[in-house]
Design a binder for this molecule. Structure first.
Ligand code: IPE
Ligand code: IPE
Ligand code: MG
Length: 246
């Protein structure tokens, strides 16, 4: 009777966001420097982008570097920025070939000018692609993002272009870095930590969360599939009554 399950699998979530955590612990467990974990982490990014595209995800957001990660030792920050440069230089052509659009969200002025140029070029090159959008959260902090949006609203109101009475959820949403990106349906965090660490606070109001003990460098397509399967077992209600309760 219900054999349609096989032939008609559930639609993938439109927007999957991942807090990629555990690179340091992966390296420590092997007696390696933290950088070795970050390098392996880049390979996991490559695998996951490919897997998300194959699974039909529309938007994949990856938390790559938080506003708070600037507090890490200078050497680690510079290693991470080096890896980012490497990723942008080596992967953009592949992403473009796969029809992936790249978007970078975060506090751009804190990044070095050559990285900003790489980002701008990559965003421009891939702007017209439609297979999947890869959103890289870089120097990203959700509270900082909300503060910047509030500041923009205040400036527009002061300039007389905006009536404070007209400020609603859409007005704020439209001034976030994620203005044109739908809210995440599913947020995955690896490495066993169960917190948001200042990631997409506003946007995750009704996201489903999946926490996995897998350390980010070990994350595979199978882990992504398992998280999506778990997502499909959830019942999203958005504050309404349970289906079938009336
Ligand atoms: C995630 O791994 C990568 C970044 C935050 C840049 P971590 O570097 O946080 O690894 P752990 O949490 O120390 O294991
Ligand atoms: C969150 O991981 C940021 C990224 C994954 C880029 P952290 O490792 O920085 O988070 P905390 O410090 O454990 O909360
Ligand atoms: Mg961590």
């Amino acid at each position: 009777m219900r054999d349609s399950q096989e032939s008609c699998p559930a639609e993938p979530p439109v927007h999957v966001a991942i807090i990629m955590d555990g690179n340091g612990r992966w390296a420590k467990a092997r007696g390696l420097p933290r950088t070795a974990g970050h390098k392996k982490g880049v390979e996991a990014v490559r695998r996951t982008v490919e897997a998300a595209r194959e699974l039909g995800v529309g938007y994949l957001t990856i938390f790559s570097f938080s506003s708070e990660n600037w507090r890490r030792p200078e050497e680690e920050v510079s290693d991470l920025m080096g890896l980012l440069r490497f990723y942008l230089r080596s992967e953009i052509a592949e992403l473009h070939k796969a029809g992936i659009r790249l978007r970078v969200i975060g506090e751009r002025p804190r990044l070095s000018p050559d990285i900003v140029r790489l980002i701008e070029n990559a965003e421009e090159l891939t702007a017209g692609n439609t297979t999947m959008t890869l959103v890289v959260a870089l120097s990203y902090g959700s509270r900082q993002e909300i503060v910047l949006a509030a500041r923009r609203l205040a400036e527009e109101a002061r300039a007389g272009r905006l009536d404070p009475e007209s400020i609603d959820e859409d007005a704020l949403t439209g001034r976030l870095f994620t203005a044109d990106i739908p809210d995440p349906d599913l947020i995955i965090r690896t490495s066993g930590e169960q917190r948001l660490s200042n990631f997409l606070l506003w946007q995750s109001a009704y996201a489903e969360f999946v926490f996995t003990d897998t350390l980010w460098p070990d994350f595979t397509k199978r882990d992504l599939e398992a998280a999506i399967e778990e997502f499909h077992r959830r019942e999203r209600r958005f504050g309404a009554t349970t289906a079938g309760s009336r």
